[in-house]
Design a binder for this molecule. Structure first.
Ligand code: AMP
Length: 281
């Protein structure tokens, strides 16, 4: 597999302007969730660039950045089956932040203000900074992102529109473990006890969807917190219901509007997020 540290070298491999280029930005510690994006990108493009770069500016806590898992050799092995079409971009900090490691400031309106935007201050400025840099450097036609990070996906769509990047953002469904836990690089940080408890997050969301809470979100939240409290390893950070278009949390469900549930749950110091469609009533 061809591995590049600079976008300039990587782009010199693009054969012609008629080739379509897809991009899958990641922070490594790859799993089947990432690979589903890579697979889709390979189906839809001639060449696919996968980037592996742990972006410091999107971490609001130093400890979280320091313990973020990484295993470059294993990542390369997982990408090997796609190597015919794939170029691996593994930049260093100087390539991405030549002027020093700092976020730019963006305004995405309501979509970035709540949930991850509120609980991880500066997170989306960091995400947008690195994604804008990566997309400008590689200039793909299509870029692939997972619904696992649903709010991030909306922020990136807004970024490409705002900055007129002319890139199609393709959203990909959440890939889960057999027991329902959303795949995440952070799952590697879970102790065996925490790993055993973690599927309760998705299971509780499933239970919640089967019940009738009379349009009242606080009742849903109480139910979810109660379910999660049955696992001593888990603690709810937030539970929100929001429309996928404005991502503003609501307390009452209105008829005829699509909603999603968004949760963040701590398993010890590891923070897990999940989201499911609630649909409409
Ligand atoms: P990350 O390496 O966590 O920054 O993720 C890179 C990309 O993979 C992002 O677009 C994520 O939304 C996506 N991703 C991560 N986990 C999953 C999953 N379980 N299912 C689908 N996409 C995912």
């Amino acid at each position: 597999m061809l591995v590049f540290k600079t976008a300039q070298e990587l782009r010199s491999c693009f054969k012609s302007n008629t080739q379509t280029v897809g991009m899958v930005p990641t922070m490594g510690a790859l799993h089947e969730g990432h690979l589903s994006l890579v697979k889709k990108a390979c189906e839809e493009n001639d060449v696919v660039v996968v980037s592996i770069y742990i972006n410091p500016t999107q971490f609001n806590k130093v400890a979280d950045l320091e313990k973020y898992p990484s295993n470059f050799e294993k990542d390369k092995a997982l990408l090997e089956p796609f190597s015919r079409q794939l170029l691996l971009y593994a930049p260093d900090h100087k390539e991405i932040y030549p002027e020093g490691i700092q976020s730019k400031t963006y305004n995405f309106g309501t979509i970035a203000n709540h949930m991850e935007g509120a609980f991880r201050k500066g997170h989306f400025d960091g995400v947008a900074t690195v994604v804008e840099t990566l997309l400008r450097k590689i200039q793909p036609q299509n870029a692939y992102f997972g619904e696992k990070d649903f709010q991030q996906l909306q922020v990136i769509k807004a970024l490409t529109t705002q900055k007129k990047l002319g890139i199609t953002i393709v959203s990909c469904p959440i890939v889960r473990e057999k027991d329902g836990l959303a795949m995440s690089s952070r799952n590697r940080l879970l102790s065996p006890e925490q790993r055993q408890a973690a599927p309760r997050i998705f299971a509780s969301l499933g239970e919640l969807k089967k019940k009738n809470f009379g349009k009242k979100v606080p009742l849903m939240e109480a139910f979810f917190k109660n379910e999660i409290a049955r696992e001593k390893e888990l603690e709810v950070e937030y539970f929100f219901v929001a429309s996928p278009t404005d991502l503003i949390p609501v307390s009452v469900i209105e008829e005829g509007i699509d909603y999603r549930i968004f949760v963040a749950v701590f398993a010890g110091k590891t923070r897990l997020i999940d989201t499911v469609e609630l649909g409409r009533i």
